[in-house]
Ligand binder design. Structure first.
Ligand code: THU
Length: 146
């Protein structure tokens, strides 16, 4: 897996972050098993609750394009991260995004890359970020998703 490439893709996605209310900008790049990359950014809304996280934007773009098998996601961002200043935080995914990942990803093989730049990053398994999660296997749907 080309981690640096995925970080660059997430940085590109970050440029489109629409976060006028929180000022917290996030970009994500989702790598499919077939090697396609889907970018996502957070998209806020004046009514607040319609806001979509960067990770879910990437997942929903990919799934709506027929992709169901994923290798990794890279996430970059932070407060005012869009302004070109160095990113000082590792932007961890929220609980809702972890749950969406669990719907489509094997918790032991899917990788979550949190990056500040191309040289500074952490790699986590989904299992580590959502231990004892409730997913498709709890409903007996491990291998038969329609
Ligand atoms: N946000 C993400 O894009 N991903 C996360 O996992 C955490 C939160 C966004 C949503 C909102 O636009 C802003 O960050 C502040 O919560």
């Amino acid at each position: 897996m080309d981690v640096e490439m995925l970080i660059r893709e997430a940085m590109e996605a970050l440029k489109n972050s629409y976060a006028p209310y929180s000022g917290y900008n996030v970009g994500a790049a989702l790598l499919t098993e077939r090697g396609r990359v889907f970018r996502g950014c957070n998209i806020e809304n004046a009514a607040f609750s319609p806001t979509n996280c960067a990770e879910r934007t990437a997942f929903f773009k990919a799934v709506s394009e027929g992709e169901r098998h994923f290798k990794a996601i890279c996430i970059v961002g932070g407060k005012n991260a869009k302004n070109g200043a160095p990113i000082t935080d590792f932007a961890a995914p929220c609980g809702v995004c972890r749950q969406v990942m669990l719907e489509f990803c094997d918790p032991d093989t899917f990788r979550i890359i949190l990056a500040k730049n191309e040289d500074l990053y952490e790699i986590h398994t989904l299992r580590k970020l959502i231990p004892r999660g409730f997913g498709p296997s709890n409903l007996g749907h491990a291998d038969k998703k329609q």
